[in-house]
Write a protein that binds this ligand. Structure first.
Ligand SMILES: Nc1ncnc2c1ncn2[C@@H]1O[C@H](COP(=O)(O)OP(=O)(O)OP(=O)(O)O)[C@@H](O)[C@H]1O
Ligand SMILES: [Mg+2]
Length: 379
């Protein structure tokens, strides 16, 4: 089944008059994912976001939202269907919190009672007491609370797509981490497509299903956080993310060198999906990751088959085996060979226990094959 696409850029160029800001740009954002956009200041991140709700128009090419070319969609109604959170928050100072959150529903014709109910739900969702905050004005809230109201307002019209331009940048590190977690939790329930611009690399890696790194209006790399760290496309990626994020010892002869992608699954996935993935890869076991991409353990084909008979709706997280061995990227091959004898799969993690790949018996055999092939040809 093809993945549903929420937003697509087709050969888009943007020129504000002094040269191209985006160049023949192509990008697809799958439905229900959180995609983070990173890149140096001025590389076109905000421009890209604004083209999704027609605050900017492409100079060439097309932007499609849920399959429709938005060039032919009324800009005002498009904007009411897409949530937008900007760095400066942009709450209306003379309106109460309730009025601020209810503004789009009101424009769409929702009645007073309906709006009241919705505001109550949204305030609860973002962790602010409706009784306490409903009637306050923005200046009576802290910066972080205002930022939450900005998120609530973007959710109010129940859009399927939300654009966020550095929405947490004004927050202290603790509130920021808390809001990042809340955003992930929220999205596990609401399944919105979120395009999120940030300068904070940790934030980008932590919240994203997919990270897109831009430079001078072009995509340098578009991958999952784990892939980005395991296989940076070039030196720019390493420099931009910070060389300290990459294992220092990448010499041939380490776990990093022979690990593979794809044998991992999120703890929230149903066990049926795990079985499919195992079948597709002819594998015996998968590494299981948590909300931050951290390693939780492994699941194997036997456990899955057993549980599948009783309850096919079970989530992978419910049957994960957490007492498993893992490797660091710079673990020497000799040790990898020793350990793989006793394991179906060995997850490879970085210093923060984030999964970056896996080693299996067959990946070891393949690596040996490649090695022998090179030996033969250089002999
Ligand atoms: N309205 C405009 N008119 C002319 N040039 C513009 C306009 N808006 C943006 N630009 C230029 O387009 C380029 C990309 O700007 P954009 O705001 O998209 O960058 P950005 O990646 O969001 O940067 P930052 O990280 O600093 O927010 C910059 O060189 C900027 O000067
Ligand atoms: Mg910007």
């Amino acid at each position: 089944m093809a993945e549903a696409v929420a937003v697509e850029f087709r050969n888009v160029s943007k020129d504000y008059g002094s040269g191209k800001v985006l160049r023949d740009f192509n990008l697809t954002v799958p439905k229900g994912q959180i995609v983070t956009i990173i890149g140096p200041s001025g590389c076109g991140k905000t421009t890209l976001l604004k083209m999704i709700n027609r605050l900017e128009e492409p100079s060439e090419g097309k932007v499609l939202v849920e399959g429709r070319d938005i060039g032919s969609v009324d800009a005002v109604s498009l904007r009411r269907d897409i949530g937008y959170v900007i760095q400066q928050i942009g709450l209306f100072p003379h309106m109460t919190i309730e009025e601020n959150i209810g503004i789009v529903p009101r424009l769409k014709g929702a009645g007073k009672g309906e709006r009241r109910e919705q505001v109550t739900k949204l305030l609860q969702l973002i962790g602010l007491s409706p009784e306490q905050y409903r009637k306050r004005y923005p200046h009576e809230l802290s910066g972080g609370q205002q930022q939450r109201i900005g998120v609530a307002r973007a959710l109010a019209s129940d859009p399927s797509i939300i654009l966020m331009d550095e929405p947490f940048s004004a927050l202290d590190p603790i509130s920021r981490v808390q809001l990042q977690k809340e955003l992930i939790n929220l999205n596990q329930r609401l399944h919105k497509t979120i395009v999120f611009v940030t300068h904070d690399i940790d934030e980008a890696l932590k919240i994203a299903d997919r990270v897109i790194l831009l430079s001078e209006g072009e995509v340098v790399q578009s991958s999952t956080p784990a892939e980005l760290l395991a296989h940076p496309a070039n030196e720019f990626v390493v420099e931009f993310l910070g060389p300290e994020r990459f294992p220092k010892d990448l010499a041939p002869g380490t776990a990093h060198h022979i690990m593979i992608d794809g044998l991992s699954i999120d703890h929230q996935a149903p066990i049926e999906e795990a079985l499919e993935l195992l079948r597709a890869n002819s594998a015996e076991a998968l590494a299981v990751t948590g909300t931050w991409g951290e390693l939780l353990g492994i699941v194997g084909i036997e456990e899955i088959s057993q549980h599948l008979l009783h309850d096919s709706t079970l989530k992978v997280g419910a049957i994960v085996q957490s007492d498993t061995s893992s490797l660091l990227a710079h673990t020497p091959l000799s040790e990898v060979f020793e350990q793989i004898r006793n394991h179906r799969i060995l997850p490879v993690v970085d210093d923060s226990n984030r999964l970056i790949g896996t080693v299996t018996r067959s990946s070891v055999i393949e690596a040996l094959g490649r090695h022998l092939h090179r030996e033969e040809h250089s002999a």
